[in-house]
Design a protein around this ligand. Structure first.
Ligand code: NI
Length: 186
């Protein structure tokens, strides 16, 4: 089922999320709905607060970008109750967008390498290191479950330049191809 995506200004996007109970009813269905919602909106990552749930749950699928990098092929991942334990490596700025902040694309500085522990969709525990664009996408999604949006991380000048777009979103003025929950709309 395709779920509406909560947009900039929705308070849920500012919450530090909690662990999802492992006996959460319909967890498999929720994960499958998150993938479907993400694909429908042409995203490569989605976090639970973006569909209105205050849980540490992230889905990522880089397979659609495999032309850019063959290691993205089949890189479809579920991160349940994720915690980044290390961030290091060189910092680089690369353009990002976000399904919760439509029509905004900005360069975001991030570390090149992360270490993350999480459970996969079979509730198997992992403690892994990711680098490069994979680390970037995971950090973007991880920020969502920490209440952080990519527009928080850009320079003051760039923030000024996108201010009117963000203010429009706060007024519920937004055009989007996918189903959304904008501020002030039910
Ligand atoms: Ni995002």
């Amino acid at each position: 089922m395709i779920l509406p995506i909560y947009l900039y200004g929705q308070p849920i996007l500012r919450k530090v999320c909690r662990d999802i109970p492992l006996d959460y009813p319909g967890l498999d269905q929720l994960i499958s709905d998150m993938f479907e919602t993400m694909y429908h909106a042409d995203g490569v990552g989605l976090a639970a607060p973006q569909i209105g749930l205050e849980y540490r749950l992230i889905v990522v699928d880089l397979d659609p970008l495999k032309k850019d990098d063959p290691t993205f092929a089949g890189f479809k991942k579920v991160f349940i109750n994720a915690y980044i334990t290390e961030k290091d490596g060189e910092e680089a700025s690369v353009e990002e967008g976000c399904l919760s902040v439509p029509d905004v694309h900005e360069k975001v500085p991030r570390n090149n390498r992360i270490r993350i522990r999480y459970l996969d969709e079979n509730l198997v525990a992992h403690d892994e290191i990711y680098e490069g664009y994979k680390a970037r996408v995971i950090q973007h999604e991880y920020d969502h479950i920490e209440g952080v949006l990519f527009v928080d991380l850009i320079s003051g000048i760039r923030k000024q330049l996108i201010k009117s777009k963000l203010n429009n979103m706060l007024k519920g003025v937004v055009k989007c191809k996918y189903k959304v929950k904008a501020v002030g709309k039910r």
